[in-house]
Write a protein that binds this ligand. Structure first.
Ligand SMILES: [Zn+2]
Length: 422
């Protein structure tokens, strides 16, 4: 199907986007939870070195890969106006295999199921309405036994291709652009060591979304709760009247929480949830890790209270057991921070429309680096990348939509250059 590119600009950018993307995804940059240093894994530094040298080769200035694994660079502007940031994350999710990614490009998708060579993995458009919409597109997948890494190497490749194009075309109007590729987003640490004053941008955009057209300035507010039950471990042969089984209590707590509502699998749109994501332990001590999510901070607090009450009630049935709850705020809904500077989303809408795309404004049932960056003082909404089915072996991306995202970045530069200080 001809004409599946959104513009001539997108078609021009596509080969560079694809070339970069196929190289970046082969580098294993999976992050690791409970990190003891930044980045959490050495593969992220390997990609960081590649990106730093490519930014320099493209003509950016002040390029560094800093001691925490953040890549930074500057493309000087050719007019007045605010400094604008572009951000994508280098790591991939620890939730699906990420080593040995061998991408496959399926040219001119003709509809129907895409069967991958390994592990019987199938991309079925019946289960993926977005894929069914991509007739004629070039679809990039993994080989079926790993994630692809479009989350977020699609965003990385799109920013790289866009700034390389702008650097090579000084006649195109642009503000000064600050680029940053961040480590450890998938473990919630991408913003932790992000130096906003050094970045020096008025606002920024993450390219870390999905379906073409997405512009997101609303994320979950997020809290992690780690619940530890301590029992009394006794050899089962001598346990009569003595053993207090922490695992059993932990399981009862999970079972006592709502399951027909307030779970990720029973909620949608603006509804929040309490999600037990990991349970570990022994009869003597058990730990359950929960994430709690909502768009509304008050409701979020109520979910946490429900979890605390439930855990307290179950543990109280066994006076010899002890309960500890560690409640940690992860990030806040970015909306109120982003709407304080309306031009940030207005400019993104204008850039998306200039590429011939209708903006899609849906809240993200998750967080991005931008959630915390916005709260920390750098308003940072999120833009689409063209990738789908993240954190799974079925992850895929449309080249045409990736190219559209790169083109939107070029147009965003034009919008900001025009409309300086507004
Ligand atoms: Zn991501």
């Amino acid at each position: 199907m001809p004409g599946s590119y959104t513009s001539e600009l997108a078609e021009v950018l596509a080969p560079d986007v694809l070339d970069r993307f196929l190289r970046y995804v082969r580098i294993d940059t999976q992050s690791h939870r409970d990190r003891t240093s930044s980045p959490s894994t050495p593969g992220q530094l390997e990609l960081g070195r590649v990106l730093a040298s490519e930014l320099e080769a493209a003509g950016l200035e002040d390029v560094v890969l800093d001691e925490n694994g953040y890549v930074l660079g500057t493309l000087p502007g050719n007019g007045d106006g605010d400094v604008i940031g572009l951000i994508a994350h280098m790591d991939t999710s620890p939730d699906a295999p990420g080593r040995g990614v061998e991408p496959i490009v399926h040219r001119a998708y003709g509809g129907g199921a895409i069967e991958l060579p390994r592990e019987g993995t199938v991309l079925d458009p019946a289960a993926m309405p977005e894929l069914a919409d991509k007739l004629g597109h070039d679809i990039v997948t993994s080989s079926g036994d790993t994630l692809l890494g479009a989350d977020d190497k699609a965003g990385v490749a799109e920013i790289m291709a866009a700034v390389a194009h702008l650097a090579a075309h000084p006649e195109l109007p642009r503000p000064t652009l600050r680029v940053s590729f961040t480590p450890d987003e998938e473990i919630g640490e991408g913003a932790t060591l992000f130096d906003i004053p050094r970045f020096g941008a008025r606002c920024a955009y993450t390219l870390d979304g999905s379906e073409i057209g997405e512009l997101q300035d609303e994320t979950f507010s997020a809290i992690e709760v780690i619940l530890t039950v301590r029992g009394i471990e006794v050899h089962p042969g001598q346990a009569t009247g003595k053993l207090v089984n922490a695992l059993r209590l932990a399981a009862q707590i999970v079972a006592a929480l709502p399951s027909a509502t307030l779970t990720p699998e029973t909620t949608a749109d603006r509804e929040g949830f309490i999600h037990p994501m990991e349970i570990t332990g022994t009869a003597g001590k058990a730990e359950v890790r929960f994430i709690v999510r909502d768009f509304d901070d008050d409701l979020l607090q109520r979910h946490v209270e429900l979890l605390e009450q439930t855990a307290g009630q179950i543990t109280a049935t066994e006076p010899r057991a002890r309960l500890d709850l560690a409640v940690r705020e992860q990030y806040r809904n970015m909306r109120r921070f982003v709407t304080a500077v309306p031009k940030v989303t207005d400019a993104a809408e204008a850039a998306i429309r200039a590429e011939g795309i209708e903006p899609i404004r849906r809240p993200i049932r998750g967080g991005t680096d931008g959630s915390r960056l916005s709260e920390m003082g750098l308003p940072t909404p999120n833009l689409f990348t063209g990738g789908h089915e993240y954190h799974s072996v079925r992850e895929w991306a449309s080249l045409q939509d990736m190219a559209a995202a790169a083109a939107v970045v070029v147009r965003l530069a034009e919008v900001w250059s025009k409309d300086g200080d507004g």
